[in-house]
Each structure stands twice: as structure tokens, then as C-alpha cells.
Design a protein around this ligand. Sequence first.
Ligand SMILES: Nc1ncnc2c1ncn2[C@@H]1O[C@H](COP(=O)(O)OP(=O)(O)O)[C@@H](O)[C@H]1O
Ligand SMILES: Cc1ncc(C[n+]2csc(CCOP(=O)(O)OP(=O)(O)O)c2C)c(N)n1
Ligand SMILES: [Mg+2]
Length: 334
Amino acid sequence: MDISQLGEFGLIHRIAEHLKTPAAGLVKGIGDDAAVFEGPPGWEIVITCDAQVEGVHFLPESMAPEQIGRKAAAINISDIAAMGAQPTFMLVSLGMPKTTPVSFVDGLYQGFKQECDRFGASIIGGNMAHCPERIFIDITLLGQVEKGRALYRSNAKPGDLAAVSGPLGDSAAGLSLLLAPEVRVDEKVRASVLKAHFTPNPRVDLGRALSASGLITAALDVSDGAAQDLGHICEESKLGAVLWAEKVPLSQACKEVGKAAGKNPWEFAMFGGEDYELLFTFSEENQPAVQKVLTKAGFSMTIIGRMEEGDPKVRILAADGSAWNPKSTGWTHF
Ligand SMILES: Nc1ncnc2c1ncn2[C@@H]1O[C@H](COP(=O)(O)OP(=O)(O)O)[C@@H](O)[C@H]1O
Ligand SMILES: Cc1ncc(C[n+]2csc(CCOP(=O)(O)OP(=O)(O)O)c2C)c(N)n1
Ligand SMILES: [Mg+2]
């Protein structure tokens, strides 16, 4: 059997089985946006890692090295944000061909640093190795959160509402233009979706506000598409969910790219990924209070679904209430 037969999430489950023995001080291991272990008195330490691989996550010819560095840092900061934590220390592991220009590495580090500076994180080390075929950037990021305040994927309750912190699909719309440059759209539209794809904005302030509110039952960042990511909350909370397709917020730019490319823009939002907005759940009675937290933090909130008893699956409903059975399920590596 090769790994493509297991699939990305099957492989993670298998690795998790090998690593089942509890470790001292570990609060949360495999299964969430980041792991948590006990930290300074009153705080817990959060740790995560995510890679960016040439050809899989980025095309060097379409991104400046600064942009690649910034995005590699941002996607990790986003996982710390999704835990409700503050990013602190970063380790960077690089794999590169011998022929990589030094100016590429300089640009990469400018990007890492720019993004870390925005959120008060510091690069404290890393590793590098020769990788003849392509560039591989793997970042490990630590963060901290007040004890008991981390936002997990696993505590959603039946009846909870599921909401997102901003429009989805722009990043996938941007990627679709990169892959099909012949598609004609207004330059402002192109610039806006490419910006979403190249420069995601980790929602650290929002994650901190949601954590402090004590109102959130589950949260994660949208990296694989809203449908699959809501599915991760289902799996960890052992619940089903309904996702109301027409409620998923889309930007005008995303709709225009869909129209120009002959694609349904809701598919960008539900199955595209790399949005890095937060997706979170809370009980219906707390909706006004959660809305206040979002408004105070300067974000909009759109309710897109509801958790329900049942198998850990997401039922996608179209505007007329009929089931939507799409071909895609969301991003998966294998
Ligand atoms: N190679 C691996 N070894 C151990 N755990 C892993 C591995 N790959 C992923 N995981 C764990 O699986 C969970 C889900 O990972 P992933 O889907 O990549 O989350 P995210 O989208 O937040 O990056 C996390 O807890 C992660 O630490
Ligand atoms: C050249 C190229 N092809 C495809 C994509 C789309 N893409 C790559 S990875 C990914 C999902 C998120 O990455 P992943 O490594 O799964 O992050 P995680 O879910 O672990 O945070 C998407 C949508 C891209 N960004 N660039
Ligand atoms: Mg990951």
C-alpha cells in the first residue's frame, strides 16, 4: 500500500496511533490546529508546524521570495491564532537546491521577519539541508495562551452555530488565475484575489478576543476549504453539521473570477482553502454576545452552519434546501 491509498488524513490517523502514549505535561496532542503543553504558571504553551513546498504550495516564478517567506510564517501564525494563542518563538527548517541564490534566502528571511514583527514573534533557530529537487520550508512556531483558554476543535455541542470571520474563496480564486492566466478579469479584481492568495492575514487579535470571551466551543482556521474544515470540527467533536452553501460569504471579486473562469465561486469558498479566516462555533443563546466580541475586534461574522447529532460529516445544503453533492471535498495532499 502506498500513502495515496491511505490519503493525507488516513496517514495522520495511522501516525497518531503510533504516538498514542501520553507525554508528561501534554494538554493536547495530535488532532488540533496546534499542540498544547504546560508553560509558565498561568499559561499553556502551544506549538505547531506547517510546511510550504515548491510546486505544491507556491510557484517561485509567480511569487517574490519575500512573499513566500511571509506566507510561510503567516500560515503557522494562523494556526496559533486559531488556538486563541499569542505567537512567540519560531524555528525555520529549510531544504534548498545548491543553486539557490543567496538573494532568495535573504528575501525569504525578510518575509519571515516582516510577518513575525507584526505579531511580536521571534525567529530563534532552525535547520537546513540540501534538497536537490526543490525548495522546502518547514516552520515550527510556539505560542502561549492563558491556562484553560485554548480554543479546540473538540468541544462543539449539538445545536451550536458555526460562523466565519470573513469572506472565503478569494485565495482559491487567485490561484485559479495563476494557473489559467488566459482568464480575463478586471485588473483590480485580479490584484485583490492575488493579494488574498499571496498575503493571508492571520487572525491573531480575533483569536485572542474569542479565547478571552469564553463563549467559543470550537475553532480552527480555514486552510483546506470551509466544508472540509467544518468536517474537522465534526470529527474532533464527534458530531455532524449542516453547512448552508448560500450563506458562505463571498467577495465581489471572487464572484467575478468565478464568472470569468466559468466556475461556481462557492466552490472556491467551500473546497479551495488557504483563506486563513477563523471558523468557530458557539451556542445560539450566545450569538449576540459573540457578535459583540467580533464587532469590538473589528471583524464581521457570518453564520454558515449548525452542529447536529450524527455521524461526523458535513451536509451541504443549497438555497432551496436540497442536498449539494459536490465532486470535490476540499484540499488533501495525497
Ligand atoms: N506527520 C505527522 N506526525 C504527527 N502528527 C501529525 C503529522 N501530520 C499532521 N499531524 C497532526 O494532525 C493534526 C491535523 O493536521 P493538519 O490537518 O495539518 O492541521 P492544520 O490544517 O491545522 O495544519 C494536527 O494535530 C497535526 O499535528
Ligand atoms: C502551486 C499551488 N498549487 C496548489 C495550491 C493550493 N494549495 C496548496 S496546499 C493547500 C491547502 C493548505 O495547505 P496544507 O499544507 O494542507 O496546510 P494545513 O491544512 O496543514 O494548514 C492548498 C489549497 C497552491 N497554493 N499552490
Ligand atoms: Mg498542517
